[in-house]
Design a protein around this ligand. Structure first.
Ligand code: 6PG
Length: 274
């Protein structure tokens, strides 16, 4: 397990050689974060993305110990969703339901899909406010844990380059709607960029060489790229990437995990400072 504790300008990097290692890294991160959040009052809201994430994330979270997987305190919600029926193969919530046992489907914040994308966004925002009741900064939510993906064009959630000025279509602008997504299907609702910036923790899960330029743009804080813009103001920012996705990053030494070092009888190396 290779983790690099960066200085405050860089995200924390978890680089994996295969999906098994990535899932192990995700479980460690989730365990650490949930252990802390369970000591706080309130519902823990975990935002997740679509695409290839449902399979990987579901495997990671469903393998957590019951001591942290306290479903009566945890709710999962879609960071973005395609405006299609839940049984449509393009539905993100539908994709997660396929990965979860049916008796756990209640842990997902529901999205009612209307023909009108703005109405879908407004109804979803009300559900998020009512069910998660997140801490707020003004009228903006401080979501607990957000897991984002990215496209090769640098989009994240359903916020695309050149279309990152989303129209305010709801009362508090937590959720917006687009009808011309370059990634099909075209009609979507999505959390807005301020939700990412005010979140308590933001993590990306990114796999594959095709996304390595986007990983580098995130690492370099290239604010022309929506995925890089999604960095939280508090810098609690973590990347879970495979070696292919990280291949354009500058050569860095990885701190092996304390567990591994203790197993080898070594004291963990000092944190890496980029
Ligand atoms: C969506 C996703 C989207 C996704 C990226 C990466 O609903 O389409 O939320 O933002 O995370 O497009 O998708 P892949 O992981 O499938 O490449």
């Amino acid at each position: 397990m290779r983790v690099v504790q960066q200085n405050e300008k860089r995200p924390i990097l978890n680089v994996s050689s295969d999906e098994t290692e990535m899932i192990r890294q995700l479980r460690r991160y989730l365990t650490d974060k949930l252990t802390y959040l369970l000591e706080q009052p309130g519902t823990i809201g975990i935002g997740v993305s679509g695409g290839s994430m449902p399979r990987v994330f579901s495997k990671a979270i469903l393998g957590l110990p019951e001591s942290v997987l306290v479903w009566k305190r945890i709710r999962l919600f879609m960071i973005d969703e395609r405006v299609v029926p839940i049984d449509d193969e393009d539905s993100n919530l539908g994709a997660y339901q396929k990965c979860f046992p049916e008796d756990l489907w209640y842990v997902f914040v529901p999205i009612s899909v209307y023909r009108d994308a703005a109405m879908t966004a407004s109804n979803y925002e009300n559900n998020l406010r009512r069910i998660l009741l997140p801490e707020q900064m003004g009228t903006l939510p401080k979501f607990d844990l957000l897991f984002l993906g990215c496209g090769t064009d640098g989009h994240t959630a359903s916020i695309f380059p050149g279309r990152d000025r989303l129209e305010k279509v709801t009362e508090f602008n937590w959720v917006s709607a687009i009808t011309d997504s370059p990634k099909l299907p075209p009609v979507r609702v999505t959390l807005t960029m301020p939700c990412f910036k005010y979140a308590k923790n933001v993590a990306f899960i990114i796999q594959g060489a095709a996304k390595s330029p986007v990983v580098r743009a995130i690492y370099d804080r290239d604010m022309t790229v929506p995925a890089a813009q999604a960095r939280p103001y508090n810098d609690n920012f973590t990347l879970f990437i495979d070696e292919e996705a990280g291949k354009l990053l500058p050569a860095i030494r990885f701190d092996s995990d304390e567990e591994d070092d203790e197993e080898e009888g070594q004291s963990p190396p000092p944190p890496f400072v980029a």
